[in-house]
Design a protein around this ligand. Sequence first.
Ligand SMILES: Cc1cc2nc3c(=O)[nH]c(=O)nc-3n(C[C@H](O)[C@H](O)[C@H](O)COP(=O)(O)OP(=O)(O)OC[C@H]3O[C@@H](n4cnc5c(N)ncnc54)[C@H](O)[C@@H]3O)c2cc1C
Ligand code: SF4
Length: 472
Amino acid sequence: MGLIRGFLEIPRAENPYRSAEERLSDFEDLHLVQPREQRCRQAGRCMNCGAPFCQSDFGCPLHNLIPEWNELLCRGQERAALERLLQTAPFPEFTGHVCPALCEKACNLADDGVTNRDNELYLIETGFANGWIRPRIPQARTGKTVAVVGSGPSGLACADLLNQLGHSVTVIERADRPGGLLMYGIPNMKLPKTAVERRIRLMEAEGVAFLLNTEADPEALAGYDAVILCSGSRKARSLPVAHMDAPGVCFAVDYLTAATKAVLSGRDPDPSARGKHVVVVGGGDTGNDCVGTALRQGCASVTQLEMMPAAPASRTSGNPWPEWPRTLRTDYGQLEAIAVQGKDPRVYETTVRQILTDTHGHLCGVETVRLDAAHQPVPGTEQTLPCELLLIAAGFVGCEEETLSAFGLTADPRGRLLPEDGSHHIGGKLFSAGDMRTGQSLVVRALADGRAAAREADAFLQRKTQIDQQGH
Ligand SMILES: Cc1cc2nc3c(=O)[nH]c(=O)nc-3n(C[C@H](O)[C@H](O)[C@H](O)COP(=O)(O)OP(=O)(O)OC[C@H]3O[C@@H](n4cnc5c(N)ncnc54)[C@H](O)[C@@H]3O)c2cc1C
Ligand code: SF4
């Protein structure tokens, strides 16, 4: 049960950020890693309580066996702890970097929760460093073939489990590198791309094939026994204003993709924020990643506009523990902007009213306006901001029409490919998973959904095998 008086005497200690000054000079990992002794002590804060909300539906979507591996880590048994973690977590190196740690907020210690995410990252990185993570090559193959469309976290988790169950899996990906938003979306400082590439190499060694630069074509997939669509919720929400096509206006994921490609290739990014006044529309996590990236590229200034009022500083009565706290968070990019500009880049209850262009049609500024409680513009509150790069991070409205129409499918009114019975089985040999099925969500939820789809597809393939055998 952890350390006697563990959480009473040992304060919570997360992996700290590098200083803003230091981390702004590169795109390397934001965090400093703490030594083994510190992680074992932090694991000892877990009291193995009778009702571990951390692994319930309020906490970890993968239902990771958190108290069990914390106990083993606290005793210094890293290898056993890692084996316990890997029973439910396919890729702890991804969640260890980017999970918002729903488990920590559902922990019985509430705001002082155990540092599960950092402990998880420590365990998997210790496993890689010690050579404990080796390719797990399935002993036998079922003879069934599966195509997974999309190599984001849901596609990778789905492909991984189906491969371990003995099916022959090919992942079809339109981008030039696998990983979905893990590769092109989430910036390198939040999730180093070396971690994504290392996992892909491991999956290849285990037998998963990756077809890159390839658009899913139903005719080419006709020979597969099952097809799982894991193509994300990638249709970005636009702004209802003129000049959205002006040079200098860019959707967040396109900007972040170009930024990561530049980091990986060593070339200059296009578009770049260097020397520009940047305005980010959207106060969420994607907007924050744009702020952090623009600062690293050397922008002249960055402002982040948010339509909604600022969240409260502490939980309201309608948002009790163990629910996720809907409270004000100041993320790494905003902290960096405060360090550089001396103030929070976020401006609340405000949106863009007009995009301003110069005589060549290039973006040169934006007119903003404040919004009232009904999201209506308040007359007389218009302001002009200089702006040569406008980044739209206003959320996603659903899966892309190209993929849907290629497969003759239609999304539900919320843009999701969610079968009416709530399962993952669309019909015939088609399944869906991840953001495509649930709407834009989180890496950990996409992983859990990809594994759930794999289990359904496996049951379908087993029935198919029985039918094929009866037919002979
Ligand atoms: C900027 C940004 C930052 C984020 N940060 C975090 C974070 O810190 N923590 C967190 O938990 N979540 C974060 N998220 C959310 C998280 O990344 C997503 O919920 C998750 O990646 C969804 O996984 P997915 O596999 O369903 O889809 P995706 O990751 O979107 O992957 C879908 C893949 O399908 C491919 N594809 C699409 N159509 C086709 C086709 N027709 N043929 C072939 N390939 C196709 C795409 O190229 C893509 O690679 C972030 C999202 C964004 C946009
Ligand atoms: S995946 Fe996320 S929610 Fe689950 S244990 Fe890890 S940090 Fe917690």
